[in-house]
Design a protein around this ligand. Structure first.
Ligand code: NDP
Length: 331
């Protein structure tokens, strides 16, 4: 009889409701791929919260194993790039959305989706970074590409207590930027200052109807929430500045005008981590390994057992998760 392993499986009930349960699967249950990975850790991202709770219907085919991030060791490979024993990580490429993902003790994947685990990174820390931290790094790189200078004034990060936001605060401050962290959880201000924020901005100051042009304030911004706050940021960017926008926690519509673009020469740079090309991906992971202060990463990480994942999925959608959550799929 084949060996079994544990997975979180999503199924759809007749009324369209998504339900989740832990099941024992065999290797034959896994979708096609050329590499089998023994998963040691995964992580919880906002998108996983949507998938597990069935919010926004991002999963179309059931049964389904979610989990957009994973780290582990190659068990077997039909691709010459990888051999048994190699340490790997994966974020994006539609894994955990269209292809079964990391909330299982084993995954079968395409070799081209895998990234070798950087030498100085443990699987736990790679997952503490995960899609959220990787997206934070891509956002910082977007600011750099647009010439945002370190000593030219404050850079704003929204959703600062969240996964992307907390890593973005840590990275920017480690690089020497002056960071203002916007949050709805002012009780976590000391935590944000420990990560390197110099100023805290209450969420309400951005979550409101804004004027087309407001006082030029930000030397640059990383926005993880979208909606009205992003429109307010656009109206407050300094001349020639840029906002890297990756998220939608505050809403999808963007109630802005052309004025900040055509009168202040500003840019709105979208960030996508899912289809990021391999070369930029590897650059970003190497920079994360080199720049991110690991004590700060550890401070913003909570590791939970596999069994606690469904509850944590609801909590992240309610905006109740601080920093990053790693899942030890073998505990
Ligand atoms: P988290 O839930 O960890 O963080 C989101 C944060 O946004 C919350 O912690 C909260 O921060 C803030 N927030 C929540 N609700 C609201 C609201 N109604 N109004 C304003 N702020 C709010 O999620 P992640 O950090 O993992 O992801 C952040 C966003 O980025 C998500 O929208 C996600 O879908 C997106 N994302 C996009 C990627 C891409 O490739 N483009 C990749 C990864 C994530 P606080 O309490 O500090 O206010």
């Amino acid at each position: 009889m084949s060996e079994t392993f544990k997975a979180l499986v999503l199924e759809e009930e007749e009324d369209g409701k998504t339900i989740n349960s832990f099941k024992q699967l065999t290797i034959d249950d896994l979708p096609d791929g050329d590499v089998v990975v023994a998963v040691s850790h995964s992580s919880l991202n906002y998108k996983d919260g949507l998938a597990i709770t069935g919010t926004g219907k991002i999963i179309r085919k059931f049964p389904f194993v979610p989990g957009i991030d994973l780290a582990g060791v190659v068990e077997s490979s039909q691709d010459e790039q990888y051999k048994a024993g190699d340490k790997v990580l994966l974020t994006g490429w539609g894994v955990g959305e269209r292809h079964w993902g990391g909330f299982a003790q084993k995954a079968r994947l395409k070799a081209k989706w895998l990234t070798p685990l950087p030498q100085d990174l443990t699987p736990t820390r790679a997952m503490a970074i995960g899609t959220a931290g990787f997206t934070a790094m891509l956002s910082v790189m977007a600011l750099e590409d647009n010439g945002i200078q370190k000593d030219a004034g404050p850079v704003l990060v929204t959703g600062a207590n969240g996964g992307v936001g907390s890593v973005a605060v840590s990275l920017l401050s480690a690089l020497g930027y002056e960071v203002t962290a916007s949050t709805g959880r002012l009780e976590e201000s000391d935590f944000l200052k420990e990560l390197g924020a110099t100023n805290i901005l209450p969420r309400e100051e951005l979550s409101r109807k804004s004027k087309p042009l407001e006082k030029e304030t930000w030397n640059g911004a990383i926005d993880t929430v979208g909606g009205e706050p992003l429109a307010t940021i656009l109206s407050q960017l300094r001349y020639n500045s840029v906002v890297a926008a990756c998220g939608l926690a505050a809403g999808v519509p963007l109630p802005t005008t052309v004025f900040p673009f055509i009168l202040r020469n500003i840019s709105l740079q979208g960030i996508d981590s899912v289809m990021c090309p391999p070369k930029r991906r590897q650059q970003a992971w190497q920079r994360l390994t080199d720049i991110l202060p690991m004590d700060r990463l550890d401070a913003l990480t909570t590791t939970i057992p596999f069994a606690d994942l469904p509850q944590a999925a609801s909590t992240i959608l309610a905006g109740g998760i601080r920093g990053r959550t790693v899942i030890d799929v073998n505990s």
